[in-house]
Design a binder for this molecule. Structure first.
Ligand code: NAD
Ligand code: LMR
Length: 333
């Protein structure tokens, strides 16, 4: 049931709009999954010049859905147009790793893309409402680059996606404990959206009982659960021959919805601007456990005591993010 009367449309920029994730994402945004059944939307799609024809096809399909909430579609290869007046920006398009490309080359190729887009956001977006989610990899460092190129926008308006990792963890835990994903509380992902991320169950509970005592299998947590979540992206690529797309789009929807309407007191995971909380370096985009209030403000969960094992895992993912930042340092303004 859709009630699109009353509210003004919001402008949602999506980059890489005709790619795999874009193809899943746009239809769910337009149907109201992200911002609810009473929020009209205008989609502002950015693609590379060579993908404009594919984008035209996607746009035709969006028209053909006759979504009541969809009030306009912009198709462009100009970031300034895509981000004009944007209230939301989902930065999905990125340079994939090609054969023989080193990690450093990948970081640099993406640094260029996200510098341009950060500048275009700075010039054109709606700074009072903007929420930016970086999905394109390496997501945390791309978020840092975009934010640093947008000096007039609060860096807290930028984020990178670890919600897919969070959801992957919930699914594994629900299966192991024979519970529903919604029963699991206080689970989180620390650090980078990469194989060094730390999925942490130590504060988790189901109906007030601690997850560690319910699972009661430290070996499973360390040898099975943590590596499964860390390696899930690679496992999907191995199985599908393509990287995760529908689940990534679904996580992006969850991230933006929760960041807008709140998490109802529950924890979720977002990679956000670090002020140095828990010993991460100030300025990194680091995944933390957060709670979002109903007015759309996120707060990092404070006062958690990390044990020795957790501290080691935290340090590993922190060090990787510092390394990524160092690799692109000279490209930062
Ligand atoms: P894809 O290759 O199918 O689509 C990417 C699209 O982006 C392409 O259509 C391409 O033309 C476009 N693009 C590239 N550079 C662009 C630019 N500068 N401006 C605008 N558009 C541009 O890839 P995909 O499967 O949709 O994945 C997109 C990104 O998301 C990848 O970097 C992938 O690694 C990443 N990803 C992240 C997560 C996460 O959890 N954070 C999960 C899955 C995938
Ligand atoms: C994922 O987590 O599924 C992706 O980030 C994997 C990838 O390398 O694209």
């Amino acid at each position: 049931f859709v009630n699109a009367k009353g509210k003004q449309p919001v402008r949602i920029a999506v980059t890489g709009a005709s790619g795999q994730i874009g193809y899943q994402l746009l239809f769910r945004i337009a149907s109201g999954s992200m911002l609810g059944p009473d929020q009209p939307v205008i989609l502002q799609c950015l693609e590379l010049p060579q993908a404009m024809n594919a984008l035209k096809g996607v746009s035709m399909e969006l028209d053909d859905c006759a979504f009541p909430l969809l009030k306009g579609i912009v198709q462009t290869d100009d970031p300034n147009r895509a981000f004009a007046g944007a209230d939301y920006a989902l930065l999905v398009g990125a340079r994939p790793r090609s054969k023989g490309m080193e990690r450093g080359d990948l970081l640099k190729a993406n640094a260029e893309i996200f510098s341009v887009q950060g500048k275009a956001l700075d010039k054109n977006a709606n700074k009072d409402t903007l929420r930016v989610l970086v999905v394109g990899n390496p997501a945390n460092t791309n978020a840092l680059i975009a934010a640093r190129n947008a000096p007039s926008i609060d860096p807290k308006r930028f984020s990178a996606m670890t919600r897919l990792d969070h959801n992957r963890g919930l699914a594994q835990l629900a299966e192991k404990t024979g519970s529903s994903v919604t029963d699991i509380e206080k689970f989180c992902i620390w650090g980078n959206h990469s194989a060094t991320q730390y999925p942490d169950i130590n504060f988790g509970s189901i109906n007030g009982k601690s997850l560690t005592s319910i699972i009661n299998d430290d070996e499973w947590v360390k040898k099975n659960f943590i590596p499964t979540v860390q390696q899930r992206g690679a496992a999907i690529i191995a199985a599908r021959g393509l990287s995760s797309a529908a689940s990534a789009a679904s996580a992006a929807i969850d991230h933006m919805r929760d960041w807008t309407y709140g998490t109802n007191g529950q924890w979720t995971s977002m990679a956000i601007y670090s002020e140095g909380e828990y010993g991460a370096d100030k300025g990194l985009y680091f995944s933390y456990p957060v709670i979002v209030s109903p007015n759309g403000k996120y707060e990092i969960v404070k006062g958690l005591q990390l044990d020795q094992f957790s501290k080691e895992r935290f340090e590993k993912t922190r060090a990787e993010l510092v390394e990524e930042m160092t690799a692109i340092k000279e490209l930062l303004p």
